[in-house]
Design a protein. Structure first.
Length: 133
């Protein structure tokens, strides 16, 4: 993979940072995935897993705030018929349905970018992001 380089996303937010000693910080208590974990999983020929969630309490989340570029399994638990979970960024545009519920699994290739996650019904208030370096 190419080295992470400073860049600006289309909305002008510069997502480059200095030296992160902790590459992945959990946003929820579901999973703590360190960069060492990611490397070990990849070495075994597996894809590391990221977990997304959206609930009727208007919680929308992903299990890491920052990861290294590469392929991941993305598992999204959409437990509500009133909201959805939608991720958009370089090469990725995937969403669950608003009215549907359940678990959706995708394999994704995340590239150096900031990926935005939102509920399409409430994009101003139900949103988060993950930075890929
Ligand atoms: Cu919503």
């Amino acid at each position: 993979m190419a080295q992470a380089q400073p860049h600006a996303s289309p909305d002008g937010v510069v997502s480059a940072h200095g030296d992160h000693s902790t590459v992945i910080a959990p946003r929820t208590s579901e999973q703590v995935l360190t960069e060492a974990d990611v490397a070990a999983i990849r070495k075994r020929g597996r894809l590391p897993k990221l977990t997304g969630k959206v609930t009727g309490a208007q919680v929308i989340s992903i299990s890491a705030t920052s990861v290294s570029a590469g392929r991941y399994r993305l598992v999204v638990n959409d437990s509500t018929p009133d909201h959805n979970w939608h991720i958009q960024g370089l090469g990725v545009d995937l969403k669950t349905s608003v009215s549907g519920t359940g678990r959706t699994k995708w394999k994704v290739r995340l590239r150096v970018d900031t990926y935005h996650i939102q509920c399409d019904v409430h994009p101003a208030t139900m949103r988060t992001s993950i930075t890929v370096t």
